[in-house]
Structures are given as structure tokens and as C-alpha cells.
Design a protein. Structure first.
Ligand SMILES: Nc1ncnc2c1ncn2[C@@H]1O[C@H](COP(=O)(O)OP(=O)(O)OP(=O)(O)O)[C@@H](O)[C@H]1O
Ligand SMILES: [Mg+2]
Length: 255
């Protein structure tokens, strides 16, 4: 087995529906196919990641762990791919934890004892910049930003980059933007192509060359409770996420 590199990556963008959850699941599943040990953390009260992997009504969740009720308890989805699930209860966490001393570091402390068991820990962030996302970014070394190739995709990105910068200054010096990647790409749409060109021009060198194409299999897989590789390994979705995983591993080995 390759060395445990212990990289903790948040998949974040406060814009809703840009592909954070789909990407967390399928980057995780892709990396596990490459022989890496992976932990996914569902940090969104919508619990889409948990449900998309067929985990409903879990007893021990990230919420209970954040509240200090029990240790974080990863559930094995397939060998090499574990998940700490979430439920709607997590929606109370932002308020309930807001008065705690060191409230930004709660997740970081929870993950610490698990780090040695995984090569990559991926955190699916909620579509907000509240305390949960701040906890995710404080616990991470890297953040991956999915962007949809649509009009106004860049709107709001400045705010996310500002928060990342502040977290780097005040809470987590290690934090880096690992890169931006395009999701739900349709090369037949001129608008998609134009938006991608403007994103690439603005963020030179930070945009992954793999684009995740619009592919219905990616939307269907969660209805069966599986990742894209188990749902349809020959789909564009599987092909694209595997290519993205290879780029992620290559970039992280160059650091
Ligand atoms: N490449 C793709 N092709 C087709 N459908 C996709 C693709 N990526 C995501 N989707 C679909 O788009 C919707 C939004 O994706 P997803 O839930 O991953 O976004 P999100 O950023 O996690 O959303 P939220 O902000 O609500 O957490 C889902 O229904 C998902 O199945
Ligand atoms: Mg999501």
C-alpha cells in the first residue's frame, strides 16, 4: 500500500447545486478504486451524501460526534471507502455550537485520531459559509471548488475566496486551494464553453483540465444508493471522475 499521506480536503462552494456532493462521493470512490483508503464526512444537514450512498437513519452521525455524545464512527460503504454520515439533526449544530470555546476547531479535533487510517479524508460542505463550513476549512489542508459552467458561476466565488483567506490568516495556516474544477459541462452549449474560457482565464493554473460532463448516470446513481463506478463504470461520469482523481493525486504528489 502506498504511504498514508493524510490529506484532508474540503469540497466547498456556498452556491447550491454545483456538484459538491456528487463530487465528494465520486472522487472518494475513484480514489478508493486507485487503492487509496478514503473517509468521506457528510457535513451537510441535507444529508444528501449519506442518502446517496444508501445510508438512512444512521444511529451515530457527525452531529452526535460534534456534540461530544460519542466518538466519530465511520461506516464502511465498500472496502476502502468509509463514511461518517449526517442527518437533518445537524441543522441545529450551527446554533448549538456557536457559544462553545474553540468552536471552529471541533471537527479538526474529532478527525485527528482518524487521520492515520486514511490517505484522503473528503468533507462534503453545506451550501453556506456558516460554522460548519468554517469547521471543515479549519480541519482541511486543501479545498477543492466545483463550479458549474453556467452564467453567473463566478458570482459569489470572491466571497468564498475571502473566507478561505481569512481562515488561512486566523485559524489554519496550512489551507490551500487545491483547485477549481468544472461540473455539469456540456460542450454543445456555447454558453458553457464561454464560461469555461472566462474561468480559465481568470484562474490560470488553478483549474483542473478534467471537466465533469453533464451525464445523467451521475444523477441516477444516488437513486440506487451507489457511486458512479458501481452504477455504470463505462459512463462519462465514471470516466471523468477517474480522470479528475488522477489529476488530484498527481497535483498532491508534486507538493
Ligand atoms: N455532472 C453531472 N451531470 C448530471 N447531473 C449532475 C452532475 N453533477 C451533479 N448532478 C446533479 O445535480 C444536482 C446537484 O448536485 P449535487 O447535489 O452534487 O450539488 P451540491 O453542490 O452538493 O448541492 P447542495 O448545494 O444542495 O449541497 C443533483 O441532482 C445531482 O445528481
Ligand atoms: Mg450537497
Amino acid at each position: 500500500m502506498s504511504k498514508l499521506s493524510n490529506t484532508i480536503i474540503s469540497i466547498g462552494n456556498h452556491k447550491g447545486g454545483v456538484g459538491k456532493t456528487t463530487s465528494t462521493i465520486n472522487i472518494g470512490a475513484g480514489l478508493s478504486r486507485m487503492g487509496k483508503r478514503i473517509l468521506l464526512i457528510d457535513l451537510d444537514p441535507q444529508a444528501n451524501l449519506s442518502q446517496s450512498l444508501g445510508i438512512t437513519d444512521p444511529e451515530r452521525t457527525i452531529y452526535g460526534a460534534l456534540k461530544g455524545e460519542h466518538p466519530p464512527e465511520p461506516i464502511e460503504v465498500i472496502p476502502g471507502l468509509d463514511v461518517i454520515p449526517s442527518t437533518l439533526e445537524l441543522s441545529g449544530a450551527e446554533v448549538e455550537l456557536s457559544g462553545e470555546a474553540g468552536r471552529e476547531y471541533i471537527l479538526k479535533e474529532l478527525i485527528e485520531p482518524l487521520r492515520g487510517s486514511y490517505q484522503y479524508i473528503l468533507i462534503d460542505c453545506p451550501p453556506s459559509l456558516g460554522l460548519l463550513t468554517i469547521n471543515a476549512l479549519t480541519a482541511s489542508q486543501e479545498v477543492l471548488i466545483p463550479l458549474q459552467a453556467q452564467y453567473l458561476a463566478l458570482r459569489g466565488l470572491g466571497k468564498l475566496l475571502d473566507i478561505i483567506q481569512k481562515i488561512r490568516q486566523r485559524l489554519n495556516k496550512e489551507l490551500k486551494v487545491a483547485g477549481i474544477f468544472i461540473t455539469q459541462y456540456d460542450s454543445r452549449k456555447i454558453l458553457n464553453r464561454d464560461v469555461v474560457s472566462s474561468i480559465e482565464a481568470r484562474f490560470k493554473g488553478e483549474v483542473f483540465s478534467t471537466r465533469i460532463r453533464d451525464n445523467v448516470a451521475l444523477a441516477e446513481a444516488p437513486t440506487q444508493g451507489v457511486d458512479i463506478f458501481r452504477y455504470n463504470p463505462k459512463s462519462y461520469g465514471a470516466e471523468d471522475y477517474l480522470a479528475l482523481c488522477k489529476e488530484i493525486v498527481k497535483r498532491s504528489s508534486h507538493k
